[in-house]
Design a protein around this ligand. Structure first.
Ligand code: 15L
Length: 268
């Protein structure tokens, strides 16, 4: 697959959990990072402190970069007005900034919670990226919006996006569900690199799942592999310890039954 070099990236939400992981991983793939968050980024005095409400600051931060990794926003369920401001209006501002600054590509942190009410198919999967949106929360709803916003900006303005429906991106899996949904730090870096460099033919917005090569995974990784993603980790190495502590999930446990797990039960 042809690749295009992307030397400098703007990363929003750089102070968050996935931000911390990608601050460590992306330089290994040859990127320079311009960091942005609404709070100071630890040990990064050059990071821009700006809120997603500030379109002018976002546009200034996006000028001259080759790509944007958009992680900023509320990462869990919250009251709708908060989701509206941070995740919905905030993403709109991000895309307006990308368009105004002429940025070629965005890697959008979507989430499995855009399709969280999808039930595990009989036989165990895999679930494709073309499964209909079934958000499990206002948070998931904002990720559906983000994916559609990306589609609009691809068609209307040519701003390319790979929307990554991230599973559980943490240093290690900490629940039995995460034996299926874990995205390891190394695989996260590999996937974002693939998403930044793959050629997008046809519609310049595409959706992939972001998980490692987990033995228990049940989401289709073929679209991510088609971008060049080659996962190297499998959460199964953590299974003996997690299962000894928690046991296997019951069939009717939301953590087993639904793609979004316990988020299907969350109330703001
Ligand atoms: C997400 O989208 C959340 O941001 C993260 O905190 C995890 O809960 C993850 O999904 C998950 O489904 O495990």
């Amino acid at each position: 697959m042809e690749s295009v070099a992307v030397p400098e990236l703007l990363m929003t939400g750089a102070a968050g959990g996935v931000g911390a992981i990608l601050r460590a991983e992306l330089p290994r793939h040859g990127y320079r990072l311009r960091l942005l968050d609404r709070v100071p980024v630890p040990d990064e005095p050059a990071a821009v402190t700006a809120d997603l409400a500030d379109l002018e600051a976002l546009t200034a931060a996006a000028r001259g970069v080759d790509g944007i990794v958009h992680l900023a926003g509320i990462p869990v369920e919250a009251p709708f007005p908060e989701i509206l401001a941070a995740n919905i209006t905030g993403s709109y501002h991000l895309y307006e900034a990308a368009r105004a600054a002429g940025v070629r590509r965005v890697v959008l942190a979507s989430s499995n919670h855009a399709v969280g009410f999808t039930e595990r198919p009989p036989g165990g999967g895999p679930v494709g990226v073309d499964t209909p949106h079934r958000p499990d929360t206002y948070y998931g709803l904002s990720k559906c919006f983000g994916e559609d916003l990306a589609s609009l900006y691809a068609d209307r303005y040519g701003v390319e996006t790979v929307s990554v429906r991230i599973g559980s991106c943490f240093p290690e899996p900490s629940t039995v569900r995460q034996l299926a949904t874990w995205l390891s730090p190394g695989d996260c870096g590999r996937l974002v690199h693939a998403a930044l460099t793959a050629r997008l033919d046809g519609h310049r917005h595409t959706v992939v799942y972001g998980v490692s090569a987990n033995t228990r995974g049940w989401w289709d990784l073929a679209p991510a592999r088609a971008l060049g993603y080659r996962p190297q980790d499998d959460a199964e190495v953590f299974a003996p310890a997690l299962l000894a502590e928690h046991g296997e999930l019951a069939e009717d446990d939301p953590e087993h039954r639904y793609l979004g797990g316990a988020f299907t039960q969350a109330r703001p």
